[in-house]
Design a protein around this ligand. Structure first.
Ligand code: GLU
Length: 411
């Protein structure tokens, strides 16, 4: 099943629950605008490389469209479209005054020099500056992009439209960004995992965790859960997975990866296993925090963890989701689990408009409050409708977007 079809399947399940009329479903599933552009770039070796870039603006009923920019070789229109629609439901789930969008460039950012990365980014902005803006569509980091890329976007956009830091979020804290934005998605994952464990009457101090992916999201989730007293048994990245029965020394692993070009390759204090084995390891909580689609109908029956927390976007294919649910497992869905990132993006954007900056304590406090209240609402909705947390989250998101659409009127 393709990615956009998968999100729409979840959408339809929730829409059935609230008996959403067909014409509203049609309107809410379709993207408002889809842009595909050519990005020709001079490479360091004198070659001319041509990349393809996308920005899909999915829905603007609740405010300016919002969502990250992904640099990854497998980016295509279908994937960006699915991620854009996930952003619509995600921003509505945490009640931010935003719609949803997503962008991407089909490129392997790890193979680019810093200057090539900057050229790709600036050239991309040359092509899309007319469709983004602080009141229309606000990009942010995602896989393969970071605070440096966001700073270049702000600067390049400014060349066309004048200085306006609110055009993009996830900027460096000392350059119109906000403290705590980088840790936010991982912190949110950790915080919500602990909340879920409490609700399920589990002692978080005793919970064992496996985390797939040790990038910004995975490493910060590991840090939070380690500090909360959980035992992180396994971590992984593209170089392999690392398992330790007594628990990984998370601060040590983070230090190791920082010293080794953000990779865990050769990490000495654990047993080397495969990424596939990590997904199937005997732990209480599995946290997929890497790419999409890693839990499939093929490996889902072998997943042992009773709790799955979707730190990545769309890590579970729908057929796999059904298998997990039938097996009595609890899945905390992406639209809630990783919403910490866009929540702190919202704080950054709001502060940019006032030329003001909160400190880290304030950011963390407001983030925790926002995620906790979304969690409680979804938990109650799931009980009320007797549905999964995913369907409950979609019910909450869709209801809010449908209501805004009705209130604004169409004519
Ligand atoms: N890329 C992140 C996400 O998938 C953050 C988006 C944002 O901050 O706008 O939620």
């Amino acid at each position: 099943m393709r990615a956009f079809e998968a999100v729409n399947l979840y959408f339809q399940r929730a829409a059935d629950q609230i008996e959403l009329p067909d014409e509203m479903r049609e309107l809410l599933m379709m993207a408002v605008r889809e842009v595909q552009v050519q990005i020709p770039v001079d490479m360091d070796d004198g070659r001319l490389a041509t990349f393809v870039g996308y920005r899909v603006q999915h829905n603007r009923a609740r405010g300016p469209m919002k969502g990250g920019l992904r640099y990854h070789p497998e980016v295509d229109l279908d994937e960006v479209r699915s991620l854009a629609s996930l952003m619509t439901w995600k921003t509505a789930v945490v009640n931010l005054p935003y719609g949803g969008a997503k962008g991407g460039v089909a490129v392997d950012a790890r193979k680019l020099s810093v200057i090539e990365l900057e050229r790709v980014t600036r050239r991309f902005v040359d092509e899309i500056h007319d469709v983004i803006g602080p009141d229309t569509d606000i990009p942010a980091p995602d896989m393969g992009t970071d605070h440096r890329v966001m700073a270049w976007i702000m600067n390049q956009y400014g060349k066309y439209h004048g200085f306006n830091p609110g055009v993009v979020t996830g900027k460096p804290a000392e350059y119109y960004g906000i403290p705590g934005r980088e840790e936010a998605p991982g912190r949110g994952v950790g915080l919500l995992t602990v909340k879920l464990l409490q609700r399920l009457k589990w002692k978080s101090k005793e919970a064992t965790i496996a985390i797939q992916g040790f990038g910004t999201v995975g490493s910060h989730a590991a840090k939070f859960l380690h500090e909360a007293g959980c035992r992180v048994l396994a971590i992984s990245d593209a170089t392999g997975a690392y398992y330790r029965q007594e628990g990984i020394d998370v601060p040590g692993a983070i230090r190791y990866s920082l010293q080794h070009d953000h990779l865990l390759s050769g990490y000495p204090d654990a047993e080397l296993i495969t990424n596939a084995a990590l997904l199937e390891s005997d732990v209480d909580v599995l946290v997929p925090a890497a790419i999409g689609g890693v839990i499939s109908a093929e490996n889902a029956p072998r997943i042992k963890a009773p709790i799955i927390v979707e730190a990545a976007n769309s890590p579970t294919q729908p057929e796999a989701d059904d298998i997990l649910v039938k097996g009595g497992k609890t899945v905390l869905p992406d639209v809630l689990a990783n919403a910490g990132g866009v929540t702190v993006s919202y704080f950054e954007w709001a502060q940019n408009r006032q030329f003001y900056q909160w400190n880290l304590d304030r950011v963390r406090g407001e983030l925790d409050r926002t995620l906790t209240s979304a969690f409680e609402e979804i938990w109650d909705l799931a009980r009320e409708h007797k549905v999964t947390l995913r369907t409950a989250a979609f019910i909450l998101g869709i209801s809010r977007v449908a209501r805004a659409t009705e209130l604004s009127g169409l004519a």
